[in-house]
Ligand binder design. Sequence first.
Ligand SMILES: Cc1cc2nc3c(=O)[nH]c(=O)nc-3n(C[C@H](O)[C@H](O)[C@H](O)COP(=O)(O)O)c2cc1C
Length: 312
Amino acid sequence: MAVDLSVKLGPLQLASPLLTASGCSGYGKELDRYHDLGVYGAIVGKSISRNPRLGNPYPRTCETPAGMINAIGLQNEGFDSFVKNTLPKMRGFGTKAIVNAVGHDFEEYVWLVERFDNEEGIAALELNLSCPNVAGGMKFATDPGECERLVAACRAKTKLPLIAKLSPNVTDIAEIARAAERGGADMLSAINTLVGMAVDWRKRKPLVANFTGGLSGPAIKPVALRCVWQAAKAVKIPVIAIGGISTADDVLEFMVAGASACQIGTILFVEPDAGRTIHAGLKQRLIDAGVPRVSDLIGTLEGLPRPAACEV
Ligand SMILES: Cc1cc2nc3c(=O)[nH]c(=O)nc-3n(C[C@H](O)[C@H](O)[C@H](O)COP(=O)(O)O)c2cc1C
């Protein structure tokens, strides 16, 4: 039986529901040596800001039970260098390139979106509304009014499909999801990392120099599943799931719970070829279950209305 892994997320058609998550595999070349990147519907690059950023002091990562904490602090080469040196390579991997943009403030986001709109070969823009590791990095992800205002201003500057990446570090993710939809986002992605902390009691020191960082990996999967389910119920636009996704079964769980596609992040530190394994696993699971199209599963969890924008 031939199975169809393609998904349609509003204006974005993808050959596979599997994407990389921002910040966990650079911009494609880090994974290209392991396998053909065509298993991914798109590669999502690490966040890009207007100016280069050096990030936070070291140590910036540590392992935690079933996950990791990172406080990279959005290190990146900045817009000019990215557009000149990295974006051309991202376009050459035989899959779509999604750019993730992050600003210090409102003006920087809008500046970036306007500039990226002029660049060729970008399939979509993901707005990192939600980085917990930089000062003031959370207000657009936690205040519905600020979120809507920012997404609307970015929407006005681009025709590219716009993805609003949400934070789990909120009281009610449905409220923020609706704010991003009202602002004109074509899709949501959820979740970014949870604010966490780890200490070495013998040294009386935190394990990341920033004291707190973002928790990711399988440890956050149940939280991510709950957030994706709540967001998918709250909006009509497609939701891309992120958070601890490591296997084909994880992908299908999130899709049944309302996700139209899934990003994988932390698993790539452990298994850089996880994309290939998960892609093959997805095909096999669908064959075993007699489901011809992965899109048939989206939002089929008991009690969920199916998102209108995900029909292939
Ligand atoms: C080391 C590291 C760096 C990250 N950098 C970014 C980033 O630059 N921009 C962003 O939007 N998310 C970033 N994230 C968050 C991931 O994209 C993802 O939302 C989160 O890790 C949850 O998915 P996972 O459990 O599959 O890793 C980063 C995560 C990690 C672990």
